[in-house]
Ligand binder design. Structure first.
Ligand code: EPU
Length: 437
């Protein structure tokens, strides 16, 4: 298994390019499953989650070719004939559940493993299933699998309200609704850029969705779609993570191939730390402040502060000149990184869904491990400013969502390398081998 080994204390300096967005690429790959023909996706990030989902598509009979050098993916969904996604794949990545909306929408049937809980809580899919039911699908549970069937006359448009707004349910129900008969109205739909880019791609395929970027979407069903040609937009969470890395290390970093408009409120909140930020059309320059101001945040749906950046913010706030709080209103238990940060010397108390962070504390390198993607990267950020050596174990969590993290941080001057180590009982394949599964 791989770990990252860091020696802390260096300021990050230089330029680095942001990769394509994981959470947009996954819906785009799902959209390609709706058509008989070859779709092409550009700027698909080289990530474990992308390989996992490619394998989900292959199980159905789709042909998926991904070139990690050019980051180009071709998906030929002409020969899909198996309408199932097995537990072995879905358990690795919850977004595999998107295959349900795609298969139900196009073929009227699917059998997909129910995702279990995740590292930080239950994460239900009730809103996805209620949406499919509203479209007329019959949904049942069979030995841990969701079995969905459209009526003989096909899915039909319906009025559906999400409470709370859900990125996943909005994507999944859109996949099923674009080919349904009649009009579907989604209320309290997700407004995240990932959803908007996905909806725009569907429209370019011939779908008729209006209201993208607002809480109310109207979808007029169409009989068929054209293959997809799409460029995956830059990853806004990767961008925010590097902005935090630059500020924490008092660095000077220019982030290229970025989409600042997708940061929502994060940009202004980030400025409150005292960091100097310049924004161009497709780049962001960050100069870390001498003294990081403590800034309390509360996560919210877009354009609010993203839950996917709260762990990184927590790490940064250990270095702020005063105390702060981080409150997660989306996931109430997303604090698995906190006990690991404590092992490095942080002083954080979690009460309910709020972390109280003492600033500024001296961090000292240690062996640490988190059980999720964003938590793990917060430990890397802590390692960048800690005294001495930090070993971040189980890097496969990071490989799910950060492309070449150690390569990019090294290019900015960090002392970080990937090493192999033995951990009894857990087998994780390298990315290339995973692809061949
Ligand atoms: N929810 C329900 N029922 C549902 C679905 C969601 O109650 O059927 C609740 C959730 O429990 C949560 C809230 O709704 O409290 C919002 O969850 P959402 O469905 O929006 O999350 P998701 O679609 O499962 C995506 C991202 C996550 C990100 C969340 C929130 C992808 C593949 N995943 O998850 O990204 O944290 O939105 O923005 O897009 C990550 O990249 O590290 C990651 C976890």
């Amino acid at each position: 298994m791989d770990k990252l080994v860091l020696l802390g204390g260096r300021s990050l300096e230089g330029e680095v390019a942001i990769s394509g967005s994981k959470n947009t690429a996954l819906p785009l790959m799902s959209a390609a499953m709706l058509v008989d023909g070859v779709s092409t996706l550009y700027n698909v990030p080289r990530l474990r989650d992308i390989y996992t989902y490619s394998n989900v598509l292959r199980v159905t009979g789709a042909h998926v070719h991904y070139d990690p050098e050019t980051r180009t993916m071709h998906i030929d969904a002409s020969r899909v004939g198996h309408f199932e996604a097995p537990y072995e794949l879905v358990k690795k990545m919850r977004a595999s559940f998107y295959i349900l909306g795609a298969l139900l929408g196009r073929f009227g049937r699917a059998r997909v493993s129910l995702p279990g809980g995740c590292a930080w809580g239950p994460r239900p899919v009730n809103l996805h299933l209620e949406g499919f039911r509203a479209l007329g699908a019959e949904i049942s549970l069979d030995r841990g699998y969701v079995v969905a069937r459209a009526p003989a006359s096909g899915l039909r448009g319906a009025r559906i309200r999400f409470e709370p707004p859900s990125v996943g349910a909005t994507v999944n129900v859109l996949l099923a609704a674009v080919l349904a008969r009649g009009t579907t109205r989604l209320e309290n739909a997700a407004m995240e850029p990932d959803v908007v880019c996905f909806g725009e791609a569907l429209n370019r395929m011939g779908a008729r969705i209006s209201g993208l970027g607002t809480p109310v979407l109207e979808i007029e069903g169409v009989p068929e779609l054209q293959p997809l040609l799409a460029h995956t937009p830059p990853d806004r969470i990767e961008l925010g993570t590097y902005m935090i890395a630059a500020a924490m290390t008092r660095g000077r970093v220019r982030l290229l191939q970025a989409e600042p408009a997708h940061l929502g409120d994060f940009l202004e909140i980030f400025r409150q730390t005292g960091a100097r930020v310049e924004v161009g059309p497709d780049w962001i320059y960050v100069e870390g402040p001498e003294v990081i101001q403590p800034v309390s945040i509360q996560t919210a749906v877009y354009p609010g502060f993203p839950t996917d950046l709260q762990a990184q913010w927590t790490a940064m706030m250990t270095q702020a000149d005063g105390d702060s709080t981080v409150t997660d209103t989306i996931y109430f238990d997303r604090f698995k990184h906190v006990p690991e940060l404590l092992r490095m010397g942080a002083q954080i108390e979690v009460v309910g869904n709020r972390a109280h962070i003492r600033g500024r504390t001296r961090l000292i390198g240690a062996q640490v491990m988190s059980t999720d993607l964003r938590g793990s990267v917060s430990l890397v950020l802590a390692g960048l400013v800690a005294e001495g050596r930090t070993d971040v174990l189980r890097v496969y969590h990071l490989d799910r969502g950060y492309e070449a993290l150690e390569v990019k941080l090294s290019a900015l001057g960090a002392d970080i390398r990937r090493e192999q180590y033995e951990e009894f009982g857990t087998v994780v394949l390298p990315l290339e081998e995973e692809e061949q599964m």
